[in-house]
Design a protein around this ligand. Structure first.
Ligand code: PLP
Length: 336
């Protein structure tokens, strides 16, 4: 694997820290828990999409684009980071926001990531829940092209093989950090949505023959569908990297027990996990992704799937800006 062959633009702070969570390890009484701080990538409050965008935006620049077009849910971290990346490289950014989450808090469409979108001069429009968002965003790109712009389309979550290169790179970065301090990693756990993070990690680990399991905690899709999505993208990413060995579907592990009623819908275990991390480690997770991912990791420890004697790395994929759209779940005053 030699990722410097691909164009890349600097957007974030890398490498992100790898830290031991002593208090959480003690509180849970299971494996040794480390955290990879991809919430600290720095781009307008950071998150995992910054890694993908370093490759995607470089590709857009190489193709002469002057506008980025993408889509996501209303409180999308991906859309906010894409808008930020566009500011950095002097492009405009255009996005469609899906009203995917029902029963949201009062300020759901104005605060959190949407507030940052406004500040980053994102041009956006809403679409109803259930829209074919990638198709609509491609139509938006076409309409911009007719107006003389040179749009570059980025799929939801930045999850295509070019974007997933960012997490192949993250796999190499993490293994290098662990080797430097003599740390043997058994398992990686993180929240999985549009699949690019897990697919990139798997492609990267496969390319460098690092025998580390990657467990995705689904925030939306059923287990079988998520495994198929991750596998398809992992194979395409490995292919782009030039990995010769086949990437078997058995490498893809996912759990769907922590989604709750649906994408972006609160669960008790998410609220508990976020509260625990804040109290024990002063680390702020998010309600849509990393909070459910952490709830999944805690659940797997309680079930004995993740055991004492093992070393587990939780990837904090960011997203805390969305907390402000879920204030009612955490505010002492609002909850009474
Ligand atoms: C997008 C996102 C994820 C999921 O990553 P995918 O590559 O879409 O699977 C996890 N956490 C946060 C905070 C995100 O914004």
């Amino acid at each position: 694997m030699h990722l410097a062959r691909f164009p890349r633009v600097k957007l974030g702070h890398f490498p992100t820290p790898l830290e031991k969570l002593d208090n959480l390890t003690k509180a849970l009484g299971g494996p040794d828990i480390y955290i990879k701080r991809d919430d600290c990538t720095g781009l307008a409050t950071g998150g995992n999409k910054t890694r993908k965008l370093e490759f995607l935006v470089a590709d857009a620049m190489a193709k002469g684009a002057d506008a980025l077009v993408t889509q996501g849910a209303t409180q999308s971290n991906h859309v906010r980071q894409t808008a930020a990346a566009a500011r950095k490289v002097g492009m405009t950014c255009h996005a469609l926001l899906e009203r995917r989450v029902e029963n949201a808090g009062d300020n759901y469409e104005t605060t959190g990531n949407v507030l940052l979108d406004d500040m980053l001069r994102l041009e956006y429009a809403f679409r109803p829940n259930g829209s074919d968002m990638n198709t609509e965003a491609m139509a938006l790109a076409d309409s911009l092209r007719e107006k003389g712009k040179k749009p570059y389309f980025i799929p939801g979550g930045g999850s295509n093989p070019v974007g997933a290169l960012g997490y192949a790179q993250a796999a190499a970065e993490l293994v290098y950090q662990a080797d430097t301090i003599g740390l043997k990693i058994d398992k990686i756990v993180h929240a999985t949505g549009s699949a690019g993070t897990q697919a990139g990690l798997l492609a990267g680990l496969h390319a460098i023959s690092a025998p580390i399991d990657v467990i995705g905690i689904s925030v939306r899709a059923k287990r079988e569908a998520q495994i198929a999505n991750v596998h398809r993208l992992a194979v395409a990413t490995a292919d782009l990297i030039g990995v010769k060995a086949e990437l078997p579907v058995e490498m893809v592990e996912a759990y769907d027990e922590y989604v709750g009623p649906g994408y972006g819908q609160p669960t008790d275990s998410m609220v508990d996990a976020i509260s625990l991390l804040a109290a024990e480690e002063a680390i702020i997770l998010d309600p849509v992704y990393s909070g459910k991912g952490m709830a999944g990791m805690i659940g797997l420890i309680q079930q004995g799937v993740l055991k004492k004697g093992e070393t587990v790395v939780f990837i904090h994929t960011g997203g805390s800006a969305a907390l402000f759209a879920y204030e009612h779940l955490f505010s002492k005053q609002r909850r009474g």
